[in-house]
Design a binder for this molecule. Sequence first.
Ligand SMILES: NC(=O)c1ccc[n+]([C@@H]2O[C@H](COP(=O)([O-])OP(=O)(O)OC[C@H]3O[C@@H](n4cnc5c(N)ncnc54)[C@H](OP(=O)(O)O)[C@@H]3O)[C@@H](O)[C@H]2O)c1
Length: 323
Amino acid sequence: MEGKAEKERVCVTGAGGYIASWVVKFLLSKGYIVHGTVRDPSDEKNSHLKKLEKALENLQLFKTDLLDYEGLCAAFAGCSGVFHVASPVPIGPISNPEVELIEPAVVGTRNVLSACEKAKVKKVVVVSSAGAVAINPNRPKDRPMDEECWSDLEYCKATQNYYCLAKTIAESEALEHTKKSELNIVTVCPSFTFGPMLQSTMNGSSLLLLSFMKDGGESVKNMLYPVVDVRDVAESILLAYENPDAVGRYICSAHSIRAQALAEKLKSMYPNYNYPKSYIEDENDGELSSEKLQRLGWKYRPLEETLVDAVRNYEENGFLVEH
Ligand SMILES: NC(=O)c1ccc[n+]([C@@H]2O[C@H](COP(=O)([O-])OP(=O)(O)OC[C@H]3O[C@@H](n4cnc5c(N)ncnc54)[C@H](OP(=O)(O)O)[C@@H]3O)[C@@H](O)[C@H]2O)c1
C-alpha cells in the first residue's frame, strides 16, 4: 500500500472490533494518524491494537461510548475523516432490543454525525450492512439486489429482526443527513464477513462460520449466504473514503454460496471437523450486486483464500481443535 505524503488524522469508532481492527491496521500502514474509540481501553480485548505496526507512534485510543456525545467530540477533534464502524452485533439472544441494539445503532449514528459536524470533519464512512438492503419480501426476484433496495422496516419488526431494523434506520438516517449538511457521508453495506480475526475475542460472523465446522447440527437451513472477506471489507471502507467519486451507498459482497455448498467446501479441505448432517431447503433469499463498488475500483479475493486464512486463524487461536 502507498504511504501518505502528509499525515492525515482520522478516527475509527469501535476500533477494537473485528472489521474496525482491519480498518485501523490498513490506515496505519498507509501513514494515517489514527484515533480509535473503544469503550474500555484497558480491556484485554483491545490489546491487539497496540501491537499493530506503527500503532505506537500513530494510534491513540479514546474511551467513549456511542451514546456519549462529548466523548465522541473529543475523539474526533482534529480529524478530517471518520470511519463509523461501531454498532452492536449480537452473538446470542437479546432481552431488550431497543436498549441493546436500536439505541446504540440509531442514536449512536446521530451522535457520530453531529460530533463530526462540531469537529469540522469533512468525510464520514458509515458502515451499514447487507441487512439494511435485503430483508424485504418484495425485493426483486429477477435480478440481484442493488443499492436501490432497502430492507422493509415493518417486515423487520414483524420477524423480530432487530439487528437489521437498527442498521436500516441508522443508514437511511445517515444518508438523509447529507441533504441538510456539508458533511460528505458515504455508506458501505458488507454482507456476511468472514476471514482472519486480529482481535483475540470471538465476533458474531466468525462464530457463524465456526458453527459450520463445530456444531454439526442435525439439520441446517440451506440458506444462500452472501459473503465477503474482512480484508476486502476494510479495503472497501478505505476506498469509499479516499475516492472523491464515492457517493451514496455501496453494497460490499463478493460471493453467494448456500450453507450446504459452504459446508461441503470446508469439509473437502478440512475433513476432521463436525459438519451439519442434513439440510432443509430454503428458497427465501436473493443475490446482491456489488457492481457499483467494483466500478469504484474494488476487488475481492477468492472464497477459498478467505476460508483457508480464517480456519488457520481459528486453529492458531484455539477456537477449532481437530478430532
Ligand atoms: N461481521 C459482519 O458479518 C458484518 C456484516 C455487515 C455489517 N457489519 C457491521 O460492521 C460493523 C462492525 O461489526 P463487526 O463484525 O466488526 O462486529 P464486532 O467485532 O462485534 O464490533 C462491533 C464494535 O462495536 C462496538 N460497540 C457496540 N456497541 C457500542 C456502543 N454502544 N458504544 C461504542 N461502541 C460500541 C463494540 O465495542 P465493544 O468491544 O466495546 O463491545 C465493537 O468494537 C458493525 O457496524 C456491523 O453492523 C458486520
